[in-house]
Design a protein around this ligand. Sequence first.
Ligand code: GLP
Length: 256
Amino acid sequence: MEIFILKTAEEASRIAGRFVNEAIKKNPKTVLGLATGSTPLMLYKEMYTACQAGLDYSQVRSFNLDEYYGLDPQHPQSYRRFMNENLFNHLNIDINNTRVPDGLAKDCAAACAQYEADMKAAGGVDIQVLGIGSDGHIGFNEPGSSLVSRTRLVTLTPQTIRDNARFFEKEEDVPRYAVSMGVGTVMEAKTCLMLCFGANKAKAVKGMIEGGISQFNPASALQMHPHTLVFLDEAAAADLELKDYYRWASEHPATL
Ligand code: GLP
C-alpha cells in the first residue's frame, strides 16, 4: 500500500483524478472499476472535467462494484442512476460499455457469474476506485465476507443500512440486500485507488492499514494487493500510528 495524506479531500481527489486521466491518456481502452458513495464525487468531477477539455473516454469500459438488490435501475437511489447522473452522463463514454450489477436479476447467482465472466473477457479491471464503509466494508463486502469472495448477493449490516439511510426518505426504505463484487474480485484489479475522507472513516482506515488482515475488516485484504494507492485527508488519517512516516514517504517517494 502506498499511503498519501493530503490536507483536504479536494487535493486528494485532484491527485487521484490525475492518475486516472493519465492512465486513460496512455491506454484509451482502460477498464475502470467504479464505486458509488459521496467519497468519489470529486474524483468523478476531475474525470469529466478532463473529458470535457478533450480527454477521450469513448473506448473506456467500466464495471461498478455493487448495486442494491431489488431496486430498479431507474430508482432515484439505485447505483445505476447514481453513476449515470454523477459520471457517465458527463463523459463521452459509450453507456453500453458501463456495467452495474443487475439488482433485479431473477437468477442472481447466474447474473453474478456472468458479471465475473464479462469482467474477465474485458481483460480485467485496470484501475479499481474504492471507498470504505465505516465498518471497513469495500463494495458491499461487510465484515465476515470471505477475503476470496466473488460477485454475489449479500446481506447489509444494520450499521450500513443506518449509514446509507441519509440517501433515502426513511431507514426502512434502504434495501436489506445488495449484489456486490467480492473481495477476491476486487483483489484482481491491477491497481486499486482507495479514497477515504472525514473523521467517521478514521477507525476503518486504521484497521485497513495497520490492523491485522482479517475478514473481520474486509478492506484489510488490500494489504496483500500488489498496487494499492490510498488517498486520505487529515481527518481520515488521524488514528494512524505511522502517519508521520506515511507523510514523509509521500514527500520522498521511492518510485522516482
Ligand atoms: C456504500 C458503497 C461503498 C462505499 C460506501 C461509503 O456502502 N457500497 O462502495 O465505499 O458506501 O460511502 P461514502 O463514500 O458515502 O462514505
